[in-house]
Design a binder for this molecule. Structure first.
Ligand code: I3S
Length: 128
């Protein structure tokens, strides 16, 4: 088992680097802004952290506070349909609150692992 993908308590945990963009905010389509993100799954919550290169290093808060916090309860995830992006290996994550994110990484196994762990977490939360 991957060291970054362990079962603690009952919910899965994982962390790693992916490319991400928010595309819908509370039902409203927004402009794509792809960026690399340190991405953490913990306690049924997925957090995307800002790329340190995109923020002034003096601004510590901008690096500690996540850019996006995504509640996975009631969410859905799948491979994104081709028309959503010209990139390869793209996941589409929709939240119950009507937000939508794309997650992408050129190495397919990296993104396939994220699909599995997010899917399994959503299922676990459904059965609680
Ligand atoms: O789905 P879109 O709008 O064609 O997405 C592309 C654009 O957001 C583009 O930015 P600007 O239109 O703001 O210049 C991005 O650079 C592209 O990466 C977006 O498309 P992909 O296919 O990479 O998700």
């Amino acid at each position: 088992r991957d060291s970054a993908d362990t079962t603690q308590g009952h919910l899965l945990e994982k962390a790693g680097i992916v490319n991400k963009t928010k595309v819908v905010d509370n039902g409203k389509k927004i402009r794509k802004n792809w960026s690399q993100s340190w991405t953490v799954l913990h306690g049924g919550i997925l957090t995307f952290h800002r790329d340190p290169k995109s923020a002034p290093s003096s601004n510590m808060a901008s690096q500690i506070v996540p850019e996006y916090t995504v509640e996975l309860r009631g969410a859905s995830v799948c491979w994104a349909p081709k028309e959503k992006s010209s990139k390869k290996n793209v996941l589409e994550l929709r939240t119950r609150q009507g937000c939508e994110y794309l997650m992408q990484y050129d190495t397919e196994s990296i993104i396939a692992d994220w699909l599995k762990v997010v899917q399994d977490t959503i299922r676990q939360l459904d059965h609680e």
